[in-house]
Design a protein around this ligand. Structure first.
Ligand code: PMP
Length: 313
């Protein structure tokens, strides 16, 4: 993942090199974290020489909903935002895995920390991105000493940039103590999510994840995993998870656009089950990997191929 100054991004209504997409230091979003964002992936499939956007409509719908919560008015519709992601892919002529960062931000040069009467703009950039977490091994995790922000502080349902200070505190604490990732508890003390991933647990063959009222982001990968599990005939439950249930779980994994499906080997220095990836996690991970490149027949409508044809382009 690196900054590519010449890559084409979208800002202030036009496509231009990323190095020319800049804002004034007085910008409201920079001062107060009043920006809402999305993060979606495009997967490159060499066989078809195409890039597949994963559930772009769902990502843009969530972005619009985040904006609505924060009283922002995006200048582009959901479908126009999908068009921008497609156009960015074409203009950069990508033949690799891509991560897109669309966002709506309060762009006014305005001093007061408020939501009303402050103008908004939309922008999107992209990066070449393979794995965000190393999914070839198990994650070593720790329950964070930082609590997850909750609904009446900064709602995690809205993907607000200011709320990510909470994620950054937890992530750095975990990594600086030698772990890979943090697990947040919510303000009630129940398991919430990782710093940038939702969490799933398997107990006695049942797939369990915290409900959307446990201060989590309503993850699109989370929803996809629940849907794939139902297609696989698994029993799924959205219910609160207590901290020590993690220690005695049969399987645990994170999921998210960045993380994809990343299995958890250890929590608070307790090895989970036999310390290997579990069979349900493996099944869901393998099916998810097929789904993201449009090769899972039952979920083909989740992906949007970018190029109509690209013979020797
Ligand atoms: N929780 C948080 C806090 C996140 O930042 C993310 C990443 N967007 C997720 C969960 C996973 O959500 P999604 O599957 O939509 O990427």
């Amino acid at each position: 993942m690196s900054y590519a100054p010449e890559s084409i991004a979208y800002h202030q209504g036009e496509y231009k090199p990323l190095k020319d997409c800049n804002v004034n230091i007085m910008t409201h979003a920079l001062q107060y974290g009043t920006m809402v964002f999305g993060g979606l992936r495009g997967y490159y499939d060499a066989e078809s020489d195409n890039v597949y956007l994963f559930r772009p409509e769902d990502h843009m719908r969530r972005l619009h909903r985040s904006a609505h919560i924060m009283q922002m008015v995006p200048p582009l519709s959901e479908s126009k935002m999908v068009e921008v992601a497609l156009e960015i892919t074409r203009r950069n002529n990508y033949r690799c895995n891509v991560y897109y960062r669309p966002f709506v931000y309060k762009d006014a040069l305005q001093l007061s920390p408020r939501l009303h009467d402050v103008t908004d703009d939309f922008a999107m950039y992209s990066l070449v991105l393979d794995d965000y977490l190393d999914t070839s091994r198990g994650m070593r995790t720790v329950v964070s000493s930082w609590r997850r922000i909750d609904e009446n502080i900064i709602p995690t349902r809205a993907k607000v940039s200011g709320g990510y200070a909470n994620s950054a505190l937890a992530k750095s604490e975990a990594v600086q103590h030698g772990f890979d990732e943090a697990i947040f508890l919510d303000s009630r003390g129940f398991v919430s999510e990782g710093s940038a991933e939702n969490i799933f647990m398997v107990r006695d063959g049942v797939l369990i994840t915290p409900p959307v009222t446990a201060s989590v982001l309503e993850g699109i990968t989370r929803r996809s995993i629940l849907e794939l599990a139902r297609l696989e005939g698994m029993t799924v439950l959205e219910r609160d998870i207590a901290r020590t249930e993690l220690y005695i779980a049969d399987e645990l994994f994170f999921c998210g656009t960045g993380a994809q499906v990343a299995w958890i080997e250890e929590v608070d220095r307790r090895i989970i089950a036999d310390g290997q990836i579990g069979p349900i996690t493996r099944r869901l991970r393998d099916r998810f990997r097929q789904a993201v490149i449009g090769k899972d027949p039952e979920t083909r409508n989740w992906v949007r191929p970018v190029f109509e044809s690209r013979v020797n382009a």
